[in-house]
Design a protein around this ligand. Sequence first.
Ligand code: TRP
Length: 332
Amino acid sequence: MEEKKVMLSGIKPSGDLTLGSYLGAIKHWKERADEFDCYYFMADLHAITVRQNPADLRRRTLEQLAQYIACGLDPEKNTLFIQSHVHEHAELGWVLNCYAMFGELSRMTQFKDKSAKNADNINGGLFTYPSLMAADILLYQPDYVPVGEDQKQHVELTRDIANRFNHIYGDVFKVPEPYIPKVGARIMSLANPEAKMSKSENDDPGRVTLMDKPEDIMRLFKRAITDCDACVRYDPENKKGISNLMTIYSCATGRTFAQIETEFAGQGYGSFKTAVGESVVELLRPIREEATRLIADKAYLQDVCRAGAQKAEYIAQKTLRKVYKKVGFVAK
Ligand code: TRP
């Protein structure tokens, strides 16, 4: 039997998962479970590069696991785990720090952005974040890393680090490709269609989280920023707000942009916004209900992440052992 290709991705539990995380990422992940050998983890080690409230971080990490499962990621088919449970991430992260250059790390857009936003806490972890991310990836020798546009630079750096390491020590790491889905990849904030719907900025008034109640979702859509042209037409250059709502509606209902334009021809934005809101309420309802049920079942969540960590560790250990040997560490 031919071996399945490997796919891996992580999400930081530093904010609530949003409609954007679902439509842009998780929804596509679940469709690949049969074709690929998939690893998904809660990147808690990455989360603490920005100060977190410990109780919130702990709660959110488990909630996120519940939400992944509720979104359709079957723990029997996907390896779901918590990053800090597999200590090889931190260990390989250290080694790769020694193969990532100061200049490279300084050029990372996310580092520059986050330093600007957290000027009082520009810590070493924030700076070396990409070497830890490279470790997350390279430990599992994946073929593909599904990420949003904003993480592409980190995957490119991972490739550079892997190539550099392989060049010195022989073929240790598989050099992975970023994997960016074409449709629904970027859902924008309802309050500011110029910016991606953010999970970390809890104060983004235009974010819809997976756990929002129907009335909150409807309120957010009714307030969504549009334009004064009153015509439902897909034009991502000039009509960013409406185009974003159309993308969401299209993802939620399966209708094409042309069909949506016909459906709302001659109507104002009011009825369109209501329709989009209702489609999202129905899309998220089963996810919220299932996630709520799972969050109450801590024992089940513990079992899932323990089993996931065990599977992950088996692979991670193999890679780390090889790396330790190559760089010249004495075997235990
Ligand atoms: N840096 C990613 C983000 O901010 C999260 C992440 C951490 C990740 N490690 C990863 C994504 C490895 C893909 C692969 O969204």
